[in-house]
Write a protein of this length. Structure first.
Lengths: 341, 471
């Protein structure tokens, strides 16, 4: 649905960004971060795993900065990050990326200059085994998901180790190969607990607070998750979970009950995709043969991977296997039109 | 049976029904028993895991799909073969990929080859009739053999011919008229239009039956007359005595001992006619279920007596080496690169040379392929940092106190990579090499380090022997 109204809330599909081809397009868009005014940082694993050498690295992993309105600004990290798993912005505007292959965290300024790097392989303090999600709290303390050590570590933004919490398991408060994360305005920490098919909310010191996802319930209320990849919280406290294995985004009340899901609605091409179609009549003719019913498939998420929400509650979801970002807007002033009532 | 013979027999089973096993695993399986091991391979419990595909796609999402390039799909499959604990599922997927050969050289959309292999993994040990129906409705196969161009008023015979010649009966058991009538029965079994791939990546073809394209008229097929459709044709094929014999001969060729090449099967009798008749009988009696046939095959005397009577295929060589040495376990960035090793030895996954599949047996060996094969194995077995090689070194070191003669080094290494059955001449040549540096000592770090290297060198030499090329 292009507009979805549930429980007094309304979401509109806005637009999509990027496409599979072209130097500024995505191949496999992965984690994403957003400033409050809608400047997005999107990592892309590219095709480097098998095509990188043949293309001189042109299709390797990279982080791109662009406005949520689909204006490309800059790129960074090409040839330096390999398996980008998490992105986060700190107060000074630098972006930090976790690299699950090289087991470190690396930071870049707006122009793409490296500003810091910390971490090494291992299970001790200051060491990582496939670092994944990352987020900064209001004091610029970095929280890093240390995925194969099944824990969360805390650092200063200069990389000084502060502490960690978490252990492997499926009990309340335990983690199993966690992936993405976020921190809300109150400082609570949300972790996509990947192998446990749930999201857990913690106090900053690691105290368990709330669980999202119904795998461990007797009755499925529609809020089930299958390998959740990332999580974000909007200005009203609603919680958005990228349900990677079910190709959707689940939206929950702050207490963990399900509200609804988003399934992807990008039936209109992004600006850059349209530019490709405009100069290639064969592509356009091919699309003209597609029935309106089949066009619904064009919009669906295919392995959605990351999510970020800006200060206006514009919700950007990386649509991994479709090589794009889909943007929704939460409408705070929506009134059902009279003729539709 | 001596313990050595039991280990050798179990190693034979694991090479054929899987990709080999290290000595620790072989000892555990011998303790468990041969028939119980066969049962676990043929009908693994639900909690025995495959490779974790979510883990692969999390870190390497580009391996979930492919276009004209088969590398992502081959890497995806290599990951399955190296990491699964249900190895016979992967072997059966390889078997059907060879018998129902489909190539991306024409399909040009490797997503569909990945999906087809997933189908063989899920159903490859199921019912053969079900497999034929799935095959007839598989988009990659429909495109590969042009059934999307098989129309009521212009029947295209490609699919119909290969269904009879290569997928069920073999040459000599049908007429040209049967081919034509078979093609008519499959008219309208096609693929629907799909979303264009640009600019939002590839979408899947879907099987589609189009009644307006289907020939509902009367047909004569293999002595039967009626308004047959594809399902009826498959049922009539299964009634032919040639069908079970043809499929179990493929199974014999793949799992037991090298046969002549398939095109010669209508003039060359089977290597072991009694075995073929026994397996064919089980196949028919079970209603064309694969598991009873596999169970009978692996428990048979003709299987147990067929050690080293098959040339290892390139992919068996690659996966067997990776599993033995412990290389490339889990999700590793090198998967795409290593996935091309078997292609360099003559077996490009997702791209068989034709609808006949690969020429097997001694045709795997030629001057180019054998160098690639030996180098691939030698590079790994000589790397004493790899966990599997380290375990072999530790076993060799523990076998004879702190000193070891050249003879003992050779015998230990030959035993631990198989046990391998080498000729006396090969053994003497290996001993000759080992003797050049004298006896080995495991006393002290320096001696241990050099002796470890010598074990690795000996394993590499063994990999280059004629005997090692047989599995």
């Amino acid at each position: 649905m292009l507009t979805k109204s549930v429980a007094g809330r309304t979401w509109h599909f806005s637009h999509s960004i990027g496409h599979f081809v072209g130097p500024e397009g995505f191949t496999h868009s992965t984690p994403i971060a957003s400033t409050r005014d809608g400047v997005l940082y999107v990592a892309d694993t590219g095709l480097s795993e098998y095509a990188g050498s043949a293309t001189g690295g042109a299709l390797g992993s990279v982080i791109r900065r662009r406005r949520i309105t689909d204006e490309f600004l800059a790129e960074m990290g090409r040839g330096e990050v390999i398996w980008p798993e998490g992105l986060a912005l700190c107060q000074d505007g630098n972006v930090w990326c976790t690299d699950a292959y090289q087991h470190f965290v690396v930071g870049y300024d707006r122009e793409g200059n490296e500003v810091g790097r910390w971490g090494e392989f291992g299970s001790g303090e200051g060491q990582f085994n496939r670092p994944s999600g990352i987020a900064f709290d209001a004091d610029d303390t970095a929280f890093v998901v240390d995925s194969l050590n099944h824990r969360v570590q805390r650092y200063t933004k200069d990389g000084q180790y502060l502490g960690s919490w978490g252990s492997e398991g499926s009990e309340e408060g335990q983690l199993s190969q966690p992936w993405g994360m976020t921190i809300d305005q109150e400082g609570a920490v949300f972790i996509a607990d990947w192998r446990n098919d749930r999201v857990q909310k913690f106090a900053p010191d690691g105290e368990f607070l709330v669980r999202f996802g119904s795998r461990f319930d007797d009755v499925d209320d529609g809020g089930a998750l299958n390998r959740p990849a990332d999580v974000a919280v909007d200005s009203e406290g609603d919680v958005y979970v990228v349900d990677w294995g079910n190709n959707r985004v689940q939206i929950y009340y702050p207490d963990g009950d399900i509200i609804c899901g988003l399934y992807g609605d990008a039936r209109v091409f992004s600006k850059s995709a349209q530019a490709v179609m405009d100069v290639n009549a064969d592509y356009m003719r091919a699309f003209n043969r597609v029935t309106p019913l089949e066009l619904i498939n064009l919009g669906k998420f295919d392995r959605p991977r990351g999510i970020a929400i800006d200060g206006q509650d514009r919700i950007a979801v990386t649509d991994g296997a479709r090589g794009r970002v889909q943007v929704y807007v939460k409408d705070h002033d929506y009134v059902i039109p009279q003729f539709n009532a | 049976m001596s313990n050595h013979d039991e280990i050798a027999l179990m190693a034979h089973l694991m090479r054929r029904a899987g990709f080999g096993a290290d000595r620790d695993q072989l000892e555990r399986l011998v303790a468990q028993g041969y028939e119980e091991t066969v049962e676990q391979l043929v009908d693994p419990p639900a909690d025995v895991p495959r490779a974790d595909i979510d883990e692969l796609f999390r870190y390497m999402p580009s391996l979930a799909s492919g276009g004209p390039d088969t590398t992502p799909g081959a890497a995806n499959w290599l990951y399955h073969m190296v990491n699964t604990q249900r190895p016979l599922e992967e072997k059966m997927a390889l078997f059907w990929h060879h018998v129902f050969a489909t190539g991306n050289s024409k399909v040009d959309n490797d997503n569909h080859l990945i999906a087809q292999i997933d189908m063989w993994r899920d159903h490859g040990m199921g019912n053969y009739r079900d497999l034929l129906v799935m095959l007839a409705q598989n988009p990659a196969m429909i495109y590969w053999l042009d059934n999307h161009e098989n129309h009521k008023r212009a029947p295209n015979e490609n699919w119909g011919r290969e269904l009879l010649e290569l997928f069920s009966l073999g040459v000599g058991h049908y007429t040209e008229k049967d081919v034509f009538e078979c093609a008519r029965a499959f008219t309208g079994w096609t693929i629907g239009p799909k979303m264009p791939r640009v600019p939002n990546h590839r979408f899947f073809f879907q099987y589609e039956f189009r009644p307006e394209e289907h020939d509902y008229g009367q047909k004569e097929f293999l002595g039967h007359r009626g308004n047959f459709d594809g399902f009826d044709i498959i049922d009539i094929i299964l009634e032919q005595p040639a069908c079970p014999r043809f499929i179990v001969r493929h199974l014999y060729n793949f799992f037991v001992a090298d046969e002549t090449q398939v095109p010669a099967w209508n003039i060359e009798p089977p290597r072991d006619p009694e075995a073929i008749e026994e397996l064919a009988g089980v196949f028919v009696d079970s209603g064309f279920e694969l598991k009873p046939v596999l169970r009978t095959l692996f428990n048979s005397d003709f299987f147990k007596e067929a050690m080293f009577q098959k040339v290892r295929s390139p992919i068996e060589t690659v996966v067997g080496t990776l599993r033995m040495t412990g290389d490339l376990q889990g999700v590793q960035r090198e998967l795409p690169q290593v996935s091309q090793a078997s292609a360099h030895m003559g077996q490009s996954l997702h791209n068989p040379p034709s609808v006949e599949g690969w020429q097997t047996g001694r045709d795997w060996i030629n001057s180019g392929a054998v160098v690639g094969r030996i180098n691939f194995v030698a590079d790994r077995v000589s790397n004493t940092e790899l966990p599997g090689v380290r375990r072999i070194v530790e076993r060799v070191a523990a076998s004879n106190g702190q000193q070891m003669t050249a003879d003992q080094l050779v015998d230990q290494c030959v035993d631990l990579v198989g046990p391998l059955d080498v000729s006396e001449q090969t053994r003497l040549e290996l001993i000759s090499h080992a003797t050049e540096e004298g006896p080995l000592s495991w006393a002290g770090d320096d001696n241990w380090s050099r002796s470890s290297e010598r074990v690795g060198e000996m394993l590499a030499l063994i990999a280059a022997t004629t005997e090692y090329q047989f599995g």
